[in-house]
Design a protein around this ligand. Structure first.
Ligand code: FES
Length: 156
């Protein structure tokens, strides 16, 4: 079946199967390997991408649901050679160990950051607000404290 979508600003037309996932499209078809396969059933967040600005678990989202939508992957967060504030903050706080979960956290945190700044300006989110926003993501290395510091700092 034919899928027409926009990924990181580029129009894409692909033949996809009815059971194919959005994760398969970005990783296998388009070579965008930032999103990772972790649990494969929506529990870990490693596969997060943004669809029309909203973070989603791409392992659960059928590829055909991307028809006509705007998809952004972690590869597209930095623009004009400048990192997204969340990417800078993750580096400043050393908010990663093995790094497998990091793209998913960054995609979700970037959406949170952008929405927060639009609504609340430079008011700081609380640790609980950040933890709630990132609750769909698991870090097996346990780097949560640094991740939360990074997100709070990026929002200030
Ligand atoms: Fe999609 Fe874990 S791989 S949520």
């Amino acid at each position: 079946m034919q899928l027409r979508t926009t990924v990181n600003g580029a129009a894409e037309t692909l033949e996809v199967g009815p059971d194919e996932s959005s994760l398969s499209v970005v990783r296998e078809r388009l070579g965008l390997t930032g999103a990772k396969l972790g649990c494969g059933h929506g529990a870990c967040g490693a596969c997060a991408i943004q669809v029309d600005g909203q973070p989603v678990a791409s392992c659960l989202l059928p590829a055909l649901k991307l028809e006509g939508r705007q998809v952004e992957t972690v590869e597209h967060l930095a623009t004009d050679d400048e990192l997204h504030p969340i990417q800078r903050a993750f580096m400043a706080e050393d908010a990663m160990q093995c790094g497998y979960c990091t793209p998913g956290f960054v995609v979700e945190a970037a959406a949170f950051h952008d929405a927060w700044r639009a609504r609340r300006g430079t008011a700081s989110p609380s640790r609980d607000e950040v933890a709630k926003a990132l609750s769909g993501h698991l870090c097996r290395c346990g780097t949560y404290a640094a991740i939360y510091r990074a997100v709070i700092g990026a929002c200030e």
